[in-house]
Design a protein around this ligand. Structure first.
Ligand SMILES: [Zn+2]
Length: 271
């Protein structure tokens, strides 16, 4: 959801909405303008019990680019119980493209003295393994990007890997899609966070993003009883299905315009 760029009329109450004075949702060809009073809001928090009341870990990576199979990790944030945060830089061994540095602000000079991937990512992979052992859910926004890259790095550097099939993942991007079915338009972390009232002060810093993603996951579960009340083992199945639906939706568009297709079975790791 974003501000409406053009004058329009509220989809609900028909009041005139000046450019920038309301909200815009939807998809190309199906835009909907809303006055502030009528703009879509998440439901209130419920009193139900669920996984949002249990310890929940969170992970975010900053990287050299957008290809999870070929690009490299340059920083990581691992959030566990309160007070337990591991963050670090990685010297990826390849130059950081200017476009990537412009997103996260991490440059070649900053990682020159950082540990190589074989050392730094061993810590990350070992921590993920402890989550598998402890049965603690791991929040990752758009997991098939971060986790696929982490696995590719493990293979590249011959590092021990956790049992990915047993990892419990909560992906707020996929859960949000399962609830909204894409009707609210672009849903990057900053969009979903804004919708749920979670502040993201300094997006594209791994710690900031990991913290926001975990807060969004908690809001999703607290405000949608059918999400929070579902055991994480079962939520894995739901998220796979939602991701497959989303991929099918995307692919029907991508085929028309000649864009790259998504793998419907690509969550939480893409082959
Ligand atoms: Zn209205």
């Amino acid at each position: 959801m974003r501000p409406n760029r053009f004058d329009g009329f509220c989809d609900a109450c028909s009041v005139h909405v000046a450019a920038g004075g309301g909200a815009l949702t939807g998809l190309p060809g199906q835009w909907r303008t809303w006055c502030l009073a009528c703009s879509p809001q998440p439901p209130e928090r419920g009193a139900h019990d669920g996984w949002h009341r249990l310890p929940l870990a969170s992970l975010d990576l900053e990287t050299t680019g957008v290809d999870p199979h070929g690009d490299r990790v340059v920083s990581y944030a691992l959030l566990d119980e309160p007070g337990f945060e591991i963050t670090g830089l990685v010297n990826p061994g390849v130059p950081i493209p200017a476009a990537a540095a412009a997103v996260h602000g991490i440059t070649d000079a900053m990682v020159a003295a950082a540990p190589p991937p074989a050392d730094a990512l061993a810590v990350v992979l070992d921590w993920v393994d402890t989550l598998v052992q402890r049965r603690v859910g791991l929040v990752v926004f758009n997991a098939c990007y971060d986790l696929t890259m982490l696995r590719a790095e493990a293979v590249r550097h011959s590092l021990p890997q956790p049992d990915w099939d047993r990892l419990l993942v909560v992906d707020p991007y996929v859960v949000d899609w399962g609830i909204e079915r894409g009707q609210l338009g672009q849903r990057r972390l900053v969009d979903v966070a804004a919708y749920y009232g979670v502040s993201v002060d300094g997006a594209h810093d791994a710690t900031v993003d990991a913290r926001a993603a975990r807060e969004v996951a908690v809001e999703l579960a607290a405000r949608h009883a059918e999400v929070g009340g579902t055991p994480l083992e079962d939520l894995m199945t739901h998220q796979r299905a939602w991701y497959a639906d989303r991929a099918a939706d995307w692919n029907s568009y991508a085929r028309r315009v000649g864009r790259e297709l998504d793998d419907p079975d690509g969550w939480p790791l893409t082959g």
